[in-house]
Design a protein around this ligand. Structure first.
Ligand SMILES: NC(=O)c1ccc[n+]([C@@H]2O[C@H](COP(=O)([O-])OP(=O)(O)OC[C@H]3O[C@@H](n4cnc5c(N)ncnc54)[C@H](OP(=O)(O)O)[C@@H]3O)[C@@H](O)[C@H]2O)c1
Length: 312
């Protein structure tokens, strides 16, 4: 089967197509095989490829395979799912480093799997699992009651867009930080107020203009970190997009990052909402798997809203 390997830590050019033996049924005890139709380029893929995790994973040496999201067909039956069923999910890559989804066939724990409704096409389905579950779990970590005010940075990004929609669905009042030109869309998705991207001081002042006493919580996928703490009320909560961007706690504000758990049952509900058009996803580009390096280049060059999807 074809895989895309990270052949050395470095720029997108280190990604190369290679051939590896296809896993056989039962090759990994407790796991089932999925024949992939698509995967994606996530922020974490870029960081891993560039070697940002090399120190914390010294045993992982190139060549290895990247990738979190997958959509495809089950080759083996799984509890509640027949062979041939269309499924999606994400592999918790950091728990199984090097065994990613830039591959034609992978093995997965059945608890990560959700059936893909007929109404959701392969490309949209691929863009959903990791980012939507990250956003959903960020809101659980915020643990704010209905009617609370939350500020979401990076709201025009893939995780941020899901967070705005999940937050509005939970009855939170959302102030969202928008990409230039994205203001109208974020209001349609459920934001009560939209603040345009600017320097941290301007952003803080704008948030406080909409919420003069401060917000109850922040979710920070844009990793703006410390300066944003100024918008949080005493005793509020700040959920960082990444462990490198957790502000130092002050004024009894709870601050922490989190690691997204792969949960097929949660993903099933999310994909049903996508099928019913109650939740929207955004895809920036679709490329063949063999152009993974180009996908990484495009993701790194920025300015593209939506997930880059790689199809097999
Ligand atoms: N904890 C977890 O388990 C987990 C899981 C998945 C993702 N994440 C994290 O979630 C974050 C977002 O991922 P994503 O896939 O949504 O990325 P994305 O699509 O690239 O979105 C990032 C957004 O942040 C904005 N942004 C970046 N720097 C900014 C700044 N200094 N000020 C204001 N806005 C800024 C970008 O705005 P522009 O478009 O204007 O550049 C973009 O809209 C990443 O940090 C990722 O690591 C965490």
């Amino acid at each position: 089967m074809r895989v895309v390997e990270v052949t050395a830590y470095g720029g997108p050019e280190v990604l190369r197509m290679a051939h590896r033996p296809e896993p056989e049924a039962g090759a990994v005890p407790g796991e089932v095989r999925v024949k992939l139709k698509a995967t994606t380029v996530n922020k974490a893929d870029l960081a891993i490829r560039a070697g940002e995790y090399a120190d914390v994973m010294p045993d992982l040496k190139p060549p290895f395979v990247l990738g979190f999201d997958f959509v495809g067909r089950l080759l083996d039956p799984a509890p509640g799912l027949a062979a041939g069923q269309r499924v999606a999910g994400f592999v918790p890559w950091f728990q199984r480093p090097g065994r990613g989804t830039y591959a034609e066939v992978i093995t997965v724990d059945p608890v990560w799997l959700a059936p893909v409704p007929d109404e959701v096409d392969v490309v949209d389905a691929a863009s959903v699992p990791f980012s939507s579950q990250a956003a959903h779990q960020a809101l659980e970590h915020l643990a704010l009651p209905e009617g609370s005010v939350v500020f979401i940075s990076g709201a025009s990004g893939v995780v941020g867009r899901f967070a705005v929609q999940h937050a509005a669905e939970r009855g939170l009042r959302v102030i969202a930080l928008s990409h230039e030109g994205g203001e109208g869309e974020l209001k349609v998705l459920g934001a009560e107020h939209v603040v345009r991207r600017d320097g941290p001081e301007v952003v803080v002042a704008e948030v406080l203009r909409h919420a003069p006493e401060g917000v109850h919580g922040v979710f920070d996928p844009a990793r703006m970190a410390d300066p944003l703490l100024a918008v949080v009320k005493d005793g509020g909560v700040f959920i960082a997009g990444h462990e490198s961007s957790v502000p130092e706690a002050e004024r009894d504000i709870r601050t922490h990052a989190f690691s997204t758990a792969s949960d097929g049952a949660r993903l099933k509900e999310i994909l049903e909402r996508v099928a019913e058009r109650r939740l929207t996803t955004q895809v920036a580009d679709v490329l063949p798997l063999e152009e993974a390096a180009e996908g990484h280049r495009r993701a790194e060059s920025g300015g593209r809203l939506g997930r880059i999807v790689l199809v097999m």
